[in-house]
Design a protein around this ligand. Structure first.
Ligand code: APR
Ligand code: ZN
Ligand code: ZN
Length: 370
């Protein structure tokens, strides 16, 4: 067992704290990872606010890259010294989804079996709940070996760790779930880290036009930097009409974009996405709604009459073992601007301030560098 510094959310709504935690040596199927960088994601904020569960204290952080320090019995896929991105869907290989060849929908993903615990104070020994089964705002963390995906070690940790969650969700929403490709028009509603990643993914595969929609002018400027060909400020104009107008400029007769990606997670913006797609087009919901939100009231004939597909995208329908190494190679070749997602690098003790800053227009990702 080792003791390291880590960021926890002790109770609902209270500021996060840096504390000392106990990290067990890896058991069978587990890996101990020395964390090098971990991005600050909305999900960490949702954990702190009790929006995901009541299993406090949470060990936060889940968009991380690091180096495997040691592995437990039976681990053959990764070895000490491997440079890895942590993922939160280590597939089992045995459930119905895995067996039918769709491991991206695995129903039984793995996490470490042993628990990390608080080291000090009256609560010493209390088991921690790692965010998304990772818990990487920590000098070292214990995960299932399958949560480690080996990538090219020359890639910068602060940038590549982001593929572990939000950036992968956005890129995957476009290229996996939406099957975006050249010759297709795309609109992305919501240009935070996830939406901008969907834009970068759409640009990577040659989509045109790529229409960015947001209510914040600064986010739209970022979207342009990341590959959007057009921007729509939906606080000023009707985004549905604008998406239809721009799409028709590129493809005669188009009545919307081929793929519309909703990266806000709200019924109103999902409804805009629904009506902004062309006939037989695809809507991809990658923004995460809250449990109280409802599907907007739509005439069923509109669902039928427009054909196409209404999809949701979990983690960008990614398969870490397939997608992470490929995307890191493209990054190293200068074809995927992962560095542009890193707005600032911070220390472990600055996570609370970073959570507060998350909604300001100029931060895509704050990244803890260890
Ligand atoms: N119309 C258009 N854009 C909107 C609207 C709206 N009505 N409301 C908010 N937005 C924009 C915000 O201005 C912001 O740029 O949506 C963006 C949301 O971005 P972030 O808050 O940075 O969130 P992000 O990290 O991109 O995640 C997006 O996916 O993972 C989930 O929980 C996450 O639901 C969130 C979503
Ligand atoms: Zn499975
Ligand atoms: Zn995340």
């Amino acid at each position: 067992m080792q003791q390291v510094q880590a960021v926890i959310a002790r109770t609902k709504g209270s500021p996060v704290e840096v504390v000392t935690i106990n990290v067990p040596d890896p058991g069978p199927g587990e890996a101990l990872v020395k964390v090098q960088a971990c991005g600050v994601c909305h999900t960490d904020l949702h954990y702190r606010e009790g929006g995901i569960g009541e299993d406090f204290p949470y060990l936060l952080g889940h968009e991380a890259a690091g180096v495997v320090e040691s592995v437990g019995d039976g681990v053959t896929d990764v070895a000490p010294g491997d440079y890895v991105i942590l993922n939160w869907r280590a597939v089992c290989g045995e459930c119905r989804a895995c067996r039918r060849g769709q491991p991206q929908y695995c129903f039984n993903t793995h996490n470490a079996k042993q628990r990390m615990t608080l080291a000090d104070g009256p609560d010493a020994g209390t088991e921690l709940s790692p965010a998304l089964g990772i818990g990487a705002f920590a000098e070292k963390t214990l995960v299932a070996a399958g949560q480690c995906t080996k990538v090219d070690p020359s890639a910068r940790p602060a940038a590549v760790g982001l593929l572990g969650c939000g950036v992968m969700a956005g890129i995957g929403a476009a290229i996996n779930t939406g099957a975006v490709t050249r010759g297709r028009s795309v609109a992305v509603i919501g240009c935070g880290g996830v939406g901008v990643a969907a834009i970068a993914g759409s640009a990577l595969v040659g989509a045109n036009p790529i229409i960015a929609v947001d209510i914040d002018a600064q986010k739209l400027r970022t979207a342009t930097r990341m590959g959007a060909t057009h921007t729509v400020d939906s606080s000023q104009v009707d985004p549905v009409a604008e998406i239809k107008r721009i799409s028709a400029e590129f493809y005669e007769g188009a009545d919307g974009a081929d793929v519309v990606i909703e990266a806000v997670g709200r019924p109103e913006t999902w409804k805009q996405a629904f009506y902004a797609r062309d006939l037989a087009g695809t809507v991809v919901l990658v923004g995460v709604p809250t449990p109280d939100m409802k599907v907007p009231d739509l005439p069923l004939i509109d669902v039928f009459g427009r054909g196409g597909a209404l999809k949701s995208s979990w983690y960008g329908d990614c398969l870490p073992s397939r997608d992470f190494p490929m995307l890191i190679d493209l990054y190293l070749q200068g074809r995927l601007p992962l560095d542009a997602f890193v707005s600032e690098t911070i220390d472990l003790d600055a996570v609370e301030e970073a959570l507060d800053r998350m909604h300001s227009g100029d931060v895509l990702r704050s990244v803890v560098v260890l």
